[in-house]
Design a protein around this ligand. Structure first.
Ligand code: 13P
Length: 255
């Protein structure tokens, strides 16, 4: 199995602190019973649950990440949480440029670029989300959109930065409508080409995930694609049993 595999759970605005801790307890219990998971597992909870979850999962193989970050380190920025604070709370990853942030909070490519750099400076691994809308796909603009979203981040990141890129077509998020796994693989190849054009061979150290309506019925088809290194999962990650099944299936296909 590729040791590069990464399964990332994005809990979005779900689960209280108590619910998050109950999930973590159950996850650890099941992993102790059946320690089969050499896929890297990452949970991205809500901000209030971040630190308690880091504490609960300390000493296990499960990593914790944030769903967003704000620029800067500290200062008079009411409501903001910087990468530095997220890192200090124990997170190792941070999702950047999720389409819900782009759409609901007006984050554009420039801000996404700056947040990716801020994440790396805070020693967090950014998980850069990219993807086209349904209209853009129908207009044949998918590749151009991906290039536009990836390029500025690669140009701005330091050469030793760790990076994950998640291909999440907007029309597939929470809809149950998925791209053909081969198409997701093709887009992953486009991403690698863009990355290497700007920084030769950098794509070797970039993991590329697929995200959008991943569940136990379809994960094996995505795991079978050689250009994909894992999945970014929303809804299906909220149930610990379903989540562990996804990890198991990914591992089995890649073994
Ligand atoms: P769903 O898995 O619920 O479609 O969400 C995908 C997603 O947005 C993960 O970041």
């Amino acid at each position: 199995m590729s040791s590069r595999s990464l399964m990332a759970a994005n809990w979005k605005m779900y689960k209280t602190v108590e619910q998050s801790l109950a999930y973590a307890r159950e996850l650890v219990r099941r992993l102790e019973e059946e320690p089969v998971f050499d896929v890297e597992q990452l949970i991205c909870p809500t901000m209030p649950a971040l630190y308690p979850l880091v504490q609960r999962l300390a000493g296990t193989s499960v990593r914790v990440g944030a769903q967003t970050l704000d620029l800067g380190q500290e200062g008079a920025n009411t409501g903001a949480v910087s990468g530095y604070l997220v890192r200090e709370a124990g997170a190792e990853y941070v999702i950047v440029g999720h389409s819900e942030r782009r759409q609901l909070y007006g984050e554009d490519d420039t801000l996404v670029r700056d947040k990716s750099v801020a994440a790396a400076q805070a020693r967090l691994t950014p998980i850069l989300c990219v993807g086209e809308t349904r209209d853009q796909r129908q207009a044949g603009q998918t590749d151009a959109v991906i290039v536009r979203q990836v390029e500025p981040v690669i140009e701005a990141l330091a050469s030793d930065a760790d990076l994950v890129i998640a291909y999440e077509p907007l029309w597939a998020i929470g809809t149950g409508v998925l791209p053909e796994p081969k198409e997701a693989n093709r887009v992953a190849e486009i991403i690698r080409q863009v990355v290497d054009r700007i920084r030769p061979n950098f794509s070797r150290q970039v993991r590329i995930l697929y995200g959008g309506s991943v569940n136990r019925d379809n994960i094996c088809d995505f795991a079978a694609q050689p250009g994909l290194d894992g999945a970014l999962v929303g809804g299906a990650s909220l149930d610990v049993g379903h989540w562990l099944q996804l990890n198991r299936f990914w591992r089995e296909v890649r073994a």
